[in-house]
Design a protein. Structure first.
Lengths: 399, 275
């Protein structure tokens, strides 16, 4: 997109640019929140989504994150009206939409493979939705033109969609979805068909457009990094239920369950039994002592759980301090400590990954260190080291 | 030493084998084709006695070789009727089978297994039923029924394959944008399956145009072209018979050519940049 076009969209004050200003206002005004009230979806005896209650505020970017088969796509399709709701209510704005067909929900969906009509031109693809809504030709023309300008592809108006590159198809699909000025835009794995570089680029673009127009975006993805980088609100699902609803940084810092901690990737998770809980005045949470068989006991922070119950604690790979064994210069507040042997060292660029094996139980441990820092410390493979982390960096996971 | 690109022996072997295969497929047709170009003195068998278009001309002349022109007219019309019914039925059935309705499996297996019922029995059966119901036994009634028992299951199978590959996201996208079911079908689904539909139509036509066994007992007092040609084999003793075979084959190839050309044009229109 040219800076000129962008200026038009941002500014929209001068009379000549009134048309482009219109989308800005129209899209922002349209944005509505989405509420799910105990929404359940059953396919015969199989429950795909179980009693999901969720509020997505207007103007926010929400990502439904989870492994395949967790029900995230079903939730999206129920909001869009492509899947019937077995029980519960779906509200868009204040309107209950359970029985309203997809076309009248004022939502738009961007499909996984974009589903651009291959027998139509780019222009015809974008115009289709307006035509279906019986919008007069003159207005159709100006609105399609605006959208093409917004995604910076005006010059491709007469191409067939099959002649576009992946990134171009993605933009046209976005233009097609936005041209009807939906209250909510649904995106089903919109970046999965793109290669890595393009994916990062389109991610930025999606986020920019969403923010610029203050629209409500609900996106399905199985990619944690994608969800974190895009959203105001991440919803992790597993087995048809919600696991955690949080901002990306909250979720990254304090996953609420073992599932979430594992799904985010590289977290080190220790399972054990709760031995002791005391209120922790500094955090307002509880300080939980967890007995991990064969290794020892770890202190973590979280919500108290019954003494003797099975639970776990999680520590991020970038929050473990590696030190030579017997090095006593470490600050005393680093409450947790294990010794481990370095199995392999992988320099991946900015970050160096160190794979270790706990000495007593053989448990795999992962540490991530900034490459610049690692070059100073420089331990070698096969060496036994001491790993320390504070209870503040250790999240208690009651289930 | 630079290595020269040498075709391995096995490739020659395979090429030879493929040539034999093609010869096997087209050999009989070539034989008929050649014999139809016999000189005026020619007989029904090799060797060739000269070369002429005498017998091709004879087909249209006042030879006693049966009423070929009328039979051709009947077969052509019947083929077109069968084609239209087959296309409409198979597209509708294909659409229905995407819904996975109750009993769809049963209908599927019943339809497919009807293909293995011996053709002559089908012909007999259609005749018996038409008699029972007091319906006329004609090329356009009972023979049509017989042909449909043949073309519908085939076309149905093909349509299932076509819709199996059809991405339902196109329709969902259309509905998402507010298109009604009929608009979705005519503006989105049909244009996308159009070239396959032409293929199904062509198949319906050729299956009907060729059909012999199923028609044999139920074409009434007039013959379709294959029945007429079969009748001629007993009373026509000149290469005009072969000439007729050559002409109908050329006609069939022409049809296939036209259909392929149309399909290609349709696909080109889909892919080509407009304006």
């Amino acid at each position: 997109m040219t800076t000129d076009a962008r200026k038009k969209l941002n500014g929209a004050t001068s009379a000549t640019h009134a048309a482009t200003g219109n989308i800005q206002n129209a899209l922002a005004d349209a944005a509505a929140g989405v509420s799910l009230r105990q929404v359940t979806k059953k396919y015969g005896p199989v429950t795909a989504v179980e009693s999901v209650t969720l509020d997505i505020p207007a103007g926010s970017y929400c990502c439904l994150l989870g492994p395949s088969g967790c029900g995230k796509t079903t939730v999206l399709r129920m909001i869009a009206g492509h899947e019937e709701i077995s029980s519960g209510d779906v509200l868009i704005g204040d309107r209950r939409v359970n029985d309203i067909p997809a076309a009248q929900r004022n939502t738009s969906m961007m499909f996984q493979s974009y589903a651009l009509f291959p027998h139509m031109t780019v222009w015809q693809n974008i115009e289709f939705g307006l035509e279906m809504k019986n919008i007069p030709e003159a207005e159709r023309k100006s609105r399609v033109g605006e959208m093409l300008e917004l995604v910076g592809l005006s010059h491709l108006a007469n191409r067939k969609s099959s002649q576009l590159s992946g990134g171009q198809q993605q933009r046209i699909a976005l233009a097609r979805a936005l041209v009807t000025r939906p209250q909510v835009l649904m995106l089903d794995e919109p970046l999965s068909a793109l290669d890595e570089n393009l994916r990062v680029q389109m991610r930025t673009e999606l986020r920019r457009i969403q923010k610029q127009f203050g629209m409500t975006f609900v996106q399905v993805t199985h990619h944690t990094e994608e969800a974190f980088s895009l959203s105001d609100m991440v919803v992790v699902m597993s087995n048809g239920r919600l696991d955690q609803v949080a901002t990306p940084s909250e979720m990254f810092r304090t996953p609420s369950s073992q599932f979430v901690a594992k799904f985010m990737g590289d977290n080190n998770i220790f399972q054990g039994k709760v031995r002791h809980c005391v209120p922790d005045p500094t955090s307002g949470l509880d300080l939980v002592e967890l007995e991990v068989e064969g290794i020892g006991s770890f202190y973590s922070r979280g919500q108290a759980a019954p003494i003797g119950s099975t639970a776990a604690c999680s520590v991020r790979p970038d929050l473990m301090q590696i030190a030579a064994v017997g090095n006593t210069s470490q600050p005393t507040h680093r409450a947790n400590h294990i010794t481990a042997r370095i199995v392999s060292i992988e320099m991946t660029g900015y970050v160096t990954r160190i794979v270790l094996m706990e000495e007593k139980t053989g448990k795999d441990i992962l540490c991530k260190v900034r490459t610049t820092d690692w070059e100073v410390e420089s331990f070698s493979e096969g060496q036994v080291v001491s790993l320390r982390w504070s209870e503040g960096n250790c999240v208690f996971l009651p289930y | 030493m630079a290595e020269t690109k040498k075709t391995p022996f096995s490739a020659h072997l395979l090429t030879g084998f493929f040539a034999l295969f093609v010869l096997f497929l087209y050999g009989p047709m070539i034989a008929v084709f050649l014999l139809s170009l016999q000189g005026p003195e020619g007989q029904l068998t090799f060797p060739m006695r000269g070369f002429s278009f005498h017998w091709i001309g004879a087909v249209f002349g006042q030879q006693r070789i049966g009423n070929f022109v009328e039979a051709f007219g009947r077969s052509f019309s019947l083929g077109l009727i069968v084609m239209v019914i087959t296309v409409v039925f198979s597209v509708l059935a294909g659409l229905a089978f995407r819904k996975n309705f109750r009993g769809s499996n049963l209908v599927f297996y019943l339809t497919i297994s009807s293909l293995i019922v011996p053709s002559i029995l089908v012909s007999l059966g259609v005749g018996v039923v038409f008699n029972l119901l007091n319906l006329p036994i004609q090329w356009y009634s009972s023979a049509l029924a017989g042909h449909l028992t043949w073309t519908l299951p085939f076309a149905f199978l093909i349509m299932l394959g076509i819709f199996g590959r059809f991405n339902p996201a196109y329709e969902e996208a259309a509905r998402d944008m507010g298109a009604s079911d009929s608009t979705t079908f005519w503006r989105i689904v049909f244009p996308l399956i159009a070239s396959s539909v032409i293929g199904v139509g062509l198949l319906g036509f050729t299956l009907s145009y060729d059909e012999f066994t199923r028609t044999s007992l139920i074409s009434g007092e007039t013959n379709t072209l294959p029945l007429e040609i079969f009748g001629m084999t007993t009373n026509v003793t000149s290469p005009a018979l072969y000439a007729l075979g050559t002409l109908t084959t050329i006609f069939s190839f022409l049809l296939i050519g036209i259909a392929l050309f149309t399909m290609q044009k349709l696909e080109q229109r889909q892919n080509k940049q407009e304006g």
